[in-house]
Design a binder for this molecule. Structure first.
Ligand code: CO
Length: 144
């Protein structure tokens, strides 16, 4: 492994968990475990609401469906609550995606998308990642 390879992935940015209700999930993550509730956001275009709970340098992301026909609602109906994806923060998302394409790893997003905070993200298909949905994040500006 080359030195540049090790710098490509910076850290685990967050681990995401699908839950039926954010308020109910907080009974464990906030009240029992003592994590702080960070940002909560509605993402109507994906039919979900999302809460971020900081844990040291990383975060727990709780995702809950707000629409019965959203992808996350179908995921929840099929598999029940649980781990949804892990998100790796990368220095250069274009370079990471190019490298994965060269390695013939199946991608959900061939090109990075941009979220409300300006963070560029893309998902790797679980069939290329040992059954785990992996998200890549490249932070820009002051997005967290
Ligand atoms: Co995520």
């Amino acid at each position: 492994m080359m030195i540049e390879d090790m710098k490509m992935i910076k850290k685990i940015n967050h681990v995401a968990i699908v839950v039926p209700e954010l308020a109910d999930a907080q009974k464990f993550w906030v009240e029992a475990l003592g994590l702080e509730l960070g940002s909560v956001a509605q993402v109507p275009e994906e039919g979900v609401e999302i809460a971020f709970l900081p844990v040291g340098d990383s975060e727990i992301e709780l995702i809950s469906p707000t629409e019965a026909d959203s992808g996350v609602a179908r995921y929840l109906a099929k598999r029940g609550p649980g781990m949804h994806h892990i998100c790796l923060e990368v220095a250069d998302i274009e370079a990471t995606l190019a490298r994965l394409k060269t390695a013939k790893i199946p991608l959900i997003n061939e090109e990075p998308a941009v979220n409300k905070n300006g963070t560029r993200y893309a998902f790797i298909h679980p069939k290329g990642a040992n059954g785990v949905l992996v998200e890549l994040y490249e932070l820009t500006g002051q997005a967290a």
